[in-house]
Design a protein around this ligand. Structure first.
Ligand SMILES: Cc1cc2nc3c(=O)[nH]c(=O)nc-3n(C[C@H](O)[C@H](O)[C@H](O)COP(=O)(O)O)c2cc1C
Length: 248
């Protein structure tokens, strides 16, 4: 393909992807819910205030950015509920509930926030092992179920990256693409991928602020991961993972 043809091709694509005249939003459809409902009878856990988990001064931020790195070896220490509360606050927590929208600590294209946060909990103080989902509006966890062997399931689902299954907990982010498609149609998939980066970067920095570490995980088996958190792989599917633990 000649350079002029390539330029014309890309220009056409960008034009196609930024034509929002036919989106569901512009057709007048209501926006999809910003949070999945809690199944009837499900057990929920209100998260504690997170402030006590963080010993922080403004200048520490420079240090955190300079020292950020992927951590794949964790100490055998349990993660506390206050620490988990802080990490959830930093990655998907609600900053402000305006009449027209819910604003969070990470940016999102069109403020659409297409993600749900699941947690594979192995060793968090006061929480039984299992799979949980975060409810940002109430800063609560909802328990989903306990897999037979969480460590083995995570090991398989991350293609043998055994440090993931050994971590005290693992963040698993899924997307519900329609939340974005409602507004951005074909441009959605690009911005969902962009949004995912913000989640994980905040997790790296927030983990560093409490003496923990994490590692972005993009290599995983799509069907196994979707099955582990019990999503259908179509209207909702896993996009990113990040195990967390105290530094050794
Ligand atoms: C999108 C993405 C996917 C990644 N997937 C994996 C992964 O599956 N396994 C892993 O061990 N590290 C993974 N990483 C971490 C990178 O290997 C790591 O960021 C890189 O080696 C640089 O090291 P640093 O984060 O310590 O600077 C991923 C990072 C990103 C941004």
């Amino acid at each position: 393909m000649k350079i002029e043809e390539l330029r014309a091709f890309l220009t056409d694509r960008i034009r196609m992807e930024t034509d929002f005249s036919q989106t569901d939003q512009n057709k007048g459809f209501s926006p999809p819910p910003i949070e999945k409902p809690v199944p009837r009878g499900a057990k929920t856990y209100q998260l504690p205030a997170w402030e006590s988990a963080v010993q922080f001064e403004t200048k520490d931020l420079i240090d955190l950015i300079a020292k950020r790195k992927s951590v794949r070896l964790f100490s055998s220490q349990s993660v506390t509920l206050e620490e988990l509360s802080f990490l959830l606050w930093a990655t998907q927590g609600v900053r402000e509930r305006a009449p027209y929208a819910v604003l969070r600590h990470v940016p999102s294209a069109g403020n659409r926030h297409s993600f749900e946060t699941y947690l594979c909990i192995r060793d968090v103080v006061s929480l039984p092992q299992g799979i949980y989902r975060y409810l940002p509006l109430s800063h609560t966890l909802v328990f989903i179920y306990t897999p037979d062997n969480l460590e083995k399931a995570l090991n398989l689902a991350t293609l043998g990256q055994s440090f993931v299954g050994k971590a005290p907990l693992t963040f698993v982010w899924s997307t519900i693409p329609y939340r974005m498609e409602w507004r951005y149609a074909k441009a959605s998939h690009k911005v969902i991928a962009m949004d995912a980066g913000h989640l994980c970067q905040n997790l790296y920095l927030a983990a560093g602020a409490i003496g923990c570490g994490t590692c972005a995980i993009g290599a995983y088996h799509q069907d196994y991961m979707d099955e582990l958190i019990q999503v259908d792989g179509k209207d909702e599917f896993v996009v990113y993972l990040a195990p967390v633990g105290q530094l050794r």
